[in-house]
Design a binder for this molecule. Structure first.
Ligand SMILES: Cc1cc2nc3c(=O)[nH]c(=O)nc-3n(C[C@H](O)[C@H](O)[C@H](O)COP(=O)(O)OP(=O)(O)OC[C@H]3O[C@@H](n4cnc5c(N)ncnc54)[C@H](O)[C@@H]3O)c2cc1C
Length: 297
């Protein structure tokens, strides 16, 4: 494998949207599938732990030294669109806002909601990211993955994947998402789609703190309830631990308002959980994924 594909001792705070993170022993940002496969093979042969990240927009990484390899998919972003059938094939690192804008420009309907989600397609499938009643699973045809244990590559049909609210089985298995096939409604009104997409982004930035580092919603909404409403009712908006603050704009966002540490953020998550449990009897489950913490996710 080309030596320069690796970097050593990289600070991951530059690779998360909340701007905290530890230092990884090995780091790589492959540009294509061949490089990606080589990296997986390398970690397998050398018995190195291999983790994957996309845009780091749903990640809390502890400020510790992480042994092994972190692969960031952001450079694997090739995409093809068939404007007649509405079929889109894209690599895992394609950003959702790029996808949304591309769909609108090509008259494909159904991806307008995703414009305000600053993550990759792979991360979105792993999380089953969504907005309102929409989620990425709705448009999936199939997902191509690589098994880190067997190194086998397989294409899995959507009907074989048990997606739930902010959950995919990829959270519980050894499969890494390398690309996906999706379907959107073709031959839509391009101007209208561009307008709806623009409006959706505007709406999101008006109600969520896009101007500060965050990782989006911290907790999943409990059944028939809203995490933001529960946190707000505790009077916690603006509550801080160190540089981590519960957004005054949206109670289910933690923002890094002034050089927060990963511990500040983790502690704030714990305080919110304790308060909501004590006062409302509801156990909030983090939506955000954690690396390097002793947390069962
Ligand atoms: C301002 C803001 C607004 C947001 N709004 C929304 C929203 O409206 N709806 C919503 O659902 N989310 C939202 N999010 C959260 C986040 O953007 C999504 O969860 C997104 O899908 C995460 O993608 P990512 O590439 O950043 O994943 P990362 O944060 O890099 O990773 C998240 C998890 O996915 C895994 N993963 C990433 N790529 C792969 C892959 N190729 N194969 C296997 N596993 C992988 C990682 O290991 C990690 O466990 C928001 C975040 C921010 C900062």
């Amino acid at each position: 494998m080309k030596k320069n594909i690796f970097a050593n001792n990289i600070n991951l705070s530059n690779y998360t949207t909340i701007k905290v993170g530890g230092v990884t022993e090995y780091f790589a940002k492959p540009s294509n599938l061949k490089e990606f496969n080589n990296l997986i093979e390398w970690s397998h042969i050398n018995n190195q732990k291999c983790r994957i990240i996309g845009a780091g927009s749903n990640l809390l990484i502890n400020n510790i030294f992480l042994k092994g390899l972190i692969i960031c998919t952001k450079k694997m972003r090739s995409v093809t669109i068939d404007i007649n059938s509405g079929i889109v094939e894209a690599e895992a690192g394609l950003m959702l806002p790029t996808l949304s804008n591309l769909l609108a420009k090509n008259g494909l309907q159904g991806g307008e909601w995703a414009v305000g989600i600053p993550g990759t397609l792979g991360g979105a499938i792993y999380m089953n990211a969504g907005s309102g009643n929409f989620s990425i699973a709705d448009n999936l045809i199939s997902v191509t993955v690589i098994n880190t244990k067997t190194l086998k590559r397989i294409e899995i049909e959507k009907r074989e994947i048990n997606f739930k609210y902010r959950f995919s089985p990829f959270q519980d298995n050894d499969l890494l998402i390398i690309s996906a096939k999706l379907h959107f409604e073709p031959k839509g009104n391009i101007e209208k789609l561009i307008q709806i997409t623009k409006n959706n982004l505007k709406l999101k930035t008006e109600i969520q703190p896009y101007h500060l580092p965050s990782f989006g919603s911290v907790f999943k909404n409990p059944e028939n309830n809203y995490a933001a409403k529960l946190i707000d009712e505790m009077g916690l908006k603006g509550f801080k631990i160190g540089g981590a603050e519960i957004s005054t704009m949206h109670a289910n966002f933690i923002v890094n308002s002034s050089s927060a540490s990963s511990k500040d953020i983790f502690d704030l998550i714990t305080v919110i959980q304790q308060k909501v449990l004590q006062n409302k009897g509801i156990s909030l489950q983090p939506e955000v994924r954690m690396i390097g913490f002793d947390y069962p996710n």
